[in-house]
Design a protein around this ligand. Structure first.
Ligand code: ADE
Ligand code: ZN
Length: 330
């Protein structure tokens, strides 16, 4: 669907399509333990978040040079633009690369090469959000933040991702405080597989402005009431939830009930190469399967721009919002 929209929950490493993975593997002399793209796609059957993360981190072995990161981001932005994405706030996982000997400068430099041309080339404005891996230590996260200081002119905010259960937000209190002191915006994954209490902790301890996923808030009516009252944006990813089995089927996804409850939901693709669809595909799927009407879809698109970190360019946000309001559904 070409409804204008912002993508607020998108891991750039999760846009690595099998074809590009094999191309980069050949370019870098990396051998993948899959015969071909079909064999790799056949491995995309996940039991839970961890089983996905294992493959997600394994395939990152092909990303080695600035050009690799530029090619990855360029391919994503072209696809996103074709599906109505006008603005993308893109996550990346520096520790997954520095741990393999790929420097932060290589990662940021490569991504930036694609991002700085994106508005002219694809009509997509962008921001970068650096995520800490919550299954690594708080010290490692702090070292990553310090290492990122030379690149902060290109980084808008910090996030928190990877294996959630057993790694509550409070573990990262100091690093999020330090990020705030540097003027960085804050988001965190919470309530994807972890309990509703992690959502509360992300808000109260980490000071996040948006909650990534936040799906399990539905188990706590007081938390839902708070999220509604404070208009906390939730970056939902329904296709991801189905593939990682946090919901049984797309038809059983609580998105319609969450909208009815007054939650500020946005629709996102998380790791589209792995979960079967980019932003427009996600809008199409919820329209078809959950029966959301045009005005609900418009609300989701409007929310995406309202929840975006465009405070430094309100004129652009207003232009995007006007496009949402005048969009004609077919
Ligand atoms: N990293 C990439 N995708 C993720 C997800 N859905 N949850 C947590 N960490 C991730
Ligand atoms: Zn995610």
């Amino acid at each position: 669907m070409s409804l204008p929209k912002a993508e607020l929950h998108l891991h750039i490493e999760g846009t690595l399509e099998p074809e590009l993975a094999f191309e980069l593997a050949a370019r870098n002399g990396v051998t993948l333990p899959y015969a071909d793209t079909d064999a790799l796609r056949a491995a995309y059957r996940f039991e839970d978040l961890q089983s996905f993360l294992n493959l997600y981190y394994e395939l990152m072995a092909v990303l080695r040079t600035e050009q690799d990161f530029a090619d990855l981001a360029h391919a994503y932005l072209a696809r996103a633009a074709a599906q109505g994405v006008r603005h993308a706030e893109i996550f990346f996982d520096p520790q997954a690369h520095t741990a393999r000997g790929v420097g932060l400068g290589t990662v940021v430099g490569g991504l930036w090469r694609a991002l700085e041309r994106s508005r002219a080339e694809h009509g997509v404005s962008t921001r970068l959000i650096m995520c800490f891996l919550r299954d690594e230590s708080a010290e490692s996260a702090m070292a990553t933040l310090r290492a990122a200081e030379p690149y902060l002119d290109r980084i808008t905010g910090v996030g928190l991702d990877s294996a959630e259960v057993g790694h509550p937000p409070a573990k990262f209190r100091e690093v999020f405080d330090a990020a705030a002191a540097l003027g960085l915006r804050r988001v965190a994954h919470a309530g994807e597989e972890g309990p509703p209490a992690y959502i509360t902790e992300a808000l109260d301890v980490l000071g996040v402005e948006r909650v990534d996923h936040g799906l399990r808030c539905t188990e706590d009516p007081d938390l839902v009431a708070r999220l509604v009252r404070e208009r906390v944006p939730l970056t939902l990813c329904p296709l991801s939830n189905v593939r990682l089995r946090t919901v049984d089927t797309l038809a059983a996804h609580p998105l319609p009930a969450m909208l009815d409850a007054g939650l500020m939901c946005t629709l996102n693709s998380d790791d589209p190469a792995y979960f079967g669809g980019y932003a427009g595909d996600t809008f199409d799927a919820v329209r078809r399967t959950l029966g959301l009407g045009d005005e609900r879809l418009r609300e989701l698109a409007r929310n995406s721009f309202l929840a975006s970190f465009l405070e430094d360019d309100e004129e652009l946000r207003a232009r995007y919002l006007a496009e949402v309001e005048s969009y004609e559904f077919r």
